[in-house]
Design a protein around this ligand. Structure first.
Ligand code: NAD
Length: 356
């Protein structure tokens, strides 16, 4: 079977880490008898330099015509003085909108071999950690009605409206439950239903969707409690599902628990399994082109692409196992070396590909 992948290397370390993910995908193709066709496209600062636009129409068209998108990172000091709507990072918003990416999946994994990197006490994350935050990405307060009032009894004011339609909640809840079925069969829905009307609707619709998944356990937590539980006892969670703003905050908190930004993949999905996959980290201009970047976040993003868009679970498992074997054998990139000898970006990719 052939799979068409749009590659968006982007800026800074983006091209370095995407090249290593391609190396690993090619090894998977060889071993499992698949072929991957890559269409490399421009976005971010690289696109501004070559076309004057951070997200050229050609990039949108090629991404739409592909089975999935693999992105490195965009942005860097060279473009920092550009006005907000012309900055490289706008390409990400444009891609989310154009590709209809309404669900953001951020796994937070602590590999047992790297538990020293977590800021949490060893006994809290003993044996590793594996949770995933499913964040609604295109609704809620970030996209609701907003405005300023020049005069109120307390002076000028501003407002942003949190609004969710039942269908928006239903489709994100389904993503979370479908994911839980492939994992440890537990969904925790996070809201603020003791205060917010929109959260009461959220909770009701999630409970309706849960009825379609009798084998998956559903828990509801208020967001303040969820933030506390994430650092007190993160292992109680499997899949967390929540709104745009709560997910923004909780997914950053969850990723900090792991202590290693170079290890964290992410996925943004639309309907029909289409997805854009990218590392959580940025373009790391301080180490770009120096063979110092950790490619594992991007390699694990490629594994997510195989699992969630292409339905290739065994292939995804074999990438994740190769990453674990890399760590178990004592290999480290500089960001996670903690006193151990380290390997460069390209060597890390080659070793992981060889371990498949
Ligand atoms: P960053 O994630 O790029 O870097 C933060 C720190 O982590 C740096 O010290 C960097 O060297 C290190 N780091 C990041 N990824 C690493 C990796 N794979 N291996 C080893 N070390 C790694 O965040 P930042 O410095 O705040 O942002 C830099 C640029 O990236 C900015 O222009 C920002 O707007 C952009 N950015 C892009 C995205 C994206 O494309 N999705 C996300 C965040 C930031």
């Amino acid at each position: 079977m052939n799979y068409n992948i749009a590659l968006v290397p982007g800026d800074g370390i983006g091209p370095d880490v995407v090249a290593e993910a391609v190396k690993v995908l090619d090894k998977i193709g060889e071993k499992f008898g698949h072929s991957f066709t890559y269409n490399k496209v421009l976005a971010g600062g690289a696109a501004i330099d070559q076309t004057g636009k951070c997200l050229p129409q050609e990039t949108i068209d090629i991404c739409k015509g592909s089975d999935a998108v693999l992105l490195g990172a965009v942005g860097g000091p060279k473009w920092d003085s550009y006005p907000g709507d012309q900055r490289p990072e706008r390409a990400l918003l444009g891609l989310r909108k154009e590709l209809g990416l309404f669900a953001n999946l951020r796994p937070a994994m602590v590999f047992e071999q790297l538990s020293d990197a977590s800021p949490l006490k060893p006994e809290i994350i003993e044996g590793g950690l594996d949770i995933v935050v499913v964040r609604e990405l295109t609704g809620g307060i970030y996209f609701g009605e907003k405005g300023v009032k020049e005069s109120t009894p307390l002076g000028p004011a501003a407002y942003d409206v949190e609004q969710y339609a039942e269908e928006e909640v239903r489709r994100i809840a389904k993503v979370a439950f479908d994911m839980a079925v492939k994992r440890r069969r537990k969904v925790t829905s996070v809201d603020k239903a003791n205060v917010l009307e929109s959260s009461r609707l959220w909770r009701r619709v999630v409970a309706e969707v849960a009825k379609e998944y009798p084998d998956v356990e559903l828990d509801n937590l208020y967001v303040d409690n969820a933030a506390m539980q994430l650092v007190r006892n993160p292992k109680q969670f499997d899949v967390l599902v929540t709104s745009n703003i709560f997910g923004d905050i909780l997914s950053d908190e969850a990723s900090q628990i792991t202590g290693s930004i170079g290890m964290l993949p992410s996925a943004s999905l639309s309907t029909g399994n289409f997805g854009m996959y990218e590392p959580v980290h940025g373009s790391a201009p301080d180490i770009a082109g120096k063979n110092l970047a950790n490619p594992i976040a991007t390699i694990l993003s490629a594994a997510m692409m195989l699992r969630y868009t292409f339905g290739l679970s065994a292939e995804a498992d074999s990438i994740e196992d190769a990453v674990k074997a890399f760590l178990t054998k004592g290999f480290r990139t500089p960001d996670i070396c903690a006193g151990k000898e380290s390997v460069g970006t390209d060597q890390a990719g080659t070793i992981i590909a060889d371990l498949i």
